[in-house]
Ligand binder design. Structure first.
Ligand code: C5P
Length: 233
């Protein structure tokens, strides 16, 4: 599977997102639409982006009973998205149901990724509030293994976890990694960051890059720099 740079389209409405995309004249991109933009605009924003020929990761992180997730995934699959995700905490049964829902009549389906533990969840909170007493790194690996057993394509994780996940789940099991910055000084609210080049070295399959591209003075140059460091070198 080829490596790719996914641009996080964290804009508050469709007009801003499409104006940003239209600056990349003639380029076919891979973009991520999250809850804010999707809940603001609904399925029409997906159709607009796909109409322009871009690939799309719909980041809605589903987590519900298996039957509900299966049916919701069938709806998302009909939107012709390329990648979707869910919470591995929903159990192997929920993940298998999601795969069934996603699979179209012709056998094709979007890639399905699992979120293990959110990076905003600390060891302390996981232990004290969720009563999960194992080490957070072990929980992340266990949830990745569960996703692999369920037949999912990979996980969303830190680039720093990508190597270990590939060791346990195999190199074909994909790692989609946010937390990318060009340098340590610009990390903002991300705690642990890596450069695109470092993410490649650590074995990430896709990097998700938001503000370093969307807030750059020259977003096209910033995107090209990610591609050069992560895909081409
Ligand atoms: O702007 P920035 O590059 O930090 O954006 C990263 C994107 O990846 C955001 O859409 C954020 O919600 C998402 N993300 C993340 N960390 C995770 C999971 C998703 O930053 N663990």
């Amino acid at each position: 599977m080829g490596k790719d740079v996914i641009i996080a389209l964290d804009f508050k409405n469709g007009q801003e997102a499409l104006a940003f995309l239209d600056r990349f004249t003639g380029r076919k991109l891979y973009v991520k639409v999250g809850m804010e933009l999707y809940y603001a605009e609904g399925p029409s924003i997906i159709q607009e982006i796909k109409k322009r020929g871009h690939k799309l990761f719909l980041d809605l992180k589903l987590h519900d009973i298996p039957n509900t997730v299966e049916k919701a995934m069938a709806v998302l699959s009909r939107l012709d998205v390329d990648m979707v995700n869910l919470h591995a905490a929903g159990t192997i049964e929920m993940m298998k149901a999601a795969l069934r829902g996603l699979t179209r009549a012709d056998g094709t389906r979007p890639l399905l990724m699992a979120v293990t533990q959110l990076t905003s969840t600390s060891q302390e909170r996981m232990t004290e509030e969720l009563l999960i007493r194992e080490k957070i790194d072990d929980v992340v690996i266990k949830y990745a293994e569960n996703a692999d057993i369920a037949g999912l394509d990979g996980v969303v994780c830190s680039p720093l976890e990508a190597g270990k996940i590939h060791d346990v789940c195999g190199t074909d099991f994909l790692t989609v990694t946010p937390g990318v910055r060009f340098d340590e000084a610009s990390k903002g609210d991300q705690v642990r960051v890596t450069t695109p080049a470092k993410a490649k070295e650590l074995g990430s399959d896709y990097i998700v890059v938001g503000r370093p591209i969307t807030q750059a003075k020259d977003p096209i140059a910033a995107y090209d720099r990610c591609v050069k460091e992560f895909v081409e070198v």
